[in-house]
Design a protein around this ligand. Structure first.
Ligand SMILES: Nc1ncnc2c1ncn2[C@@H]1O[C@H](COP(=O)(O)OP(=O)(O)OP(=O)(O)O)[C@@H](O)[C@H]1O
Ligand SMILES: [Mg+2]
Length: 135
């Protein structure tokens, strides 16, 4: 395996690059076009948050193998302000800047596993996984 791709995020063009890398890996892992699109959507939303709230960060995409299951793991990490109340930001419609407030809860619904680790002043890490339903 050893399949791991890192993309630094500090501009909208970097989000496009991260989407490209994720799509290629997802298709390689046998994900359907539909699931590959859900994966790139998750990357877009989390990278958009990095740009808006932390200004820069990094996306790491890797392939997973668990017995006969294969999947993809995406880690989105930043050194921004952090999130004080994770339960609050996971609610539909909560936004600190009059956004739609659906980036985080919507992305959680797209993925099979979704976890946020954050510490005020120390940054935020979102770890998400999606398993391939077809193999
Ligand atoms: N990486 C981050 N660092 C710090 N705060 C964050 C980060 N990501 C999200 N937040 C906080 O969580 C809130 C909710 O994020 P979410 O993506 O769900 O909605 P939004 O970005 O406000 O609007 P949108 O629907 O356009 O994504 C944000 O308004 C922001 O306060
Ligand atoms: Mg958002």
């Amino acid at each position: 395996m050893g399949h791991e791709v890192h993309v630094k995020i500090s501009s909208p063009a970097d989000i496009v690059a991260a989407r490209h890398e994720a799509r290629a890996l997802a298709l390689e892992a046998g994900f359907s076009i539909c699931d590959s699109t859900l994966i790139t959507t998750a990357i877009s939303e989390m990278s958009r948050n990095v740009l808006e709230y932390a200004h820069h960060g990094e996306v790491t995409i890797s392939l997973l193998k668990n017995g006969s299951k294969s999947g993809v793991k995406i880690v989105v990490d930043d050194d921004g302000p952090g999130i004080a109340d994770i339960a609050q930001v996971m609610k539909d419609g909560y936004s600190s800047r009059q956004g739609m407030g659906i980036g985080l809860p919507g992305t959680r619904r797209l993925m099979d596993e979704f976890e946020i680790r954050s510490k005020i002043g120390d940054g935020t890490t979102v770890i998400m996984k999606k398993w391939n339903r077809y193999r």
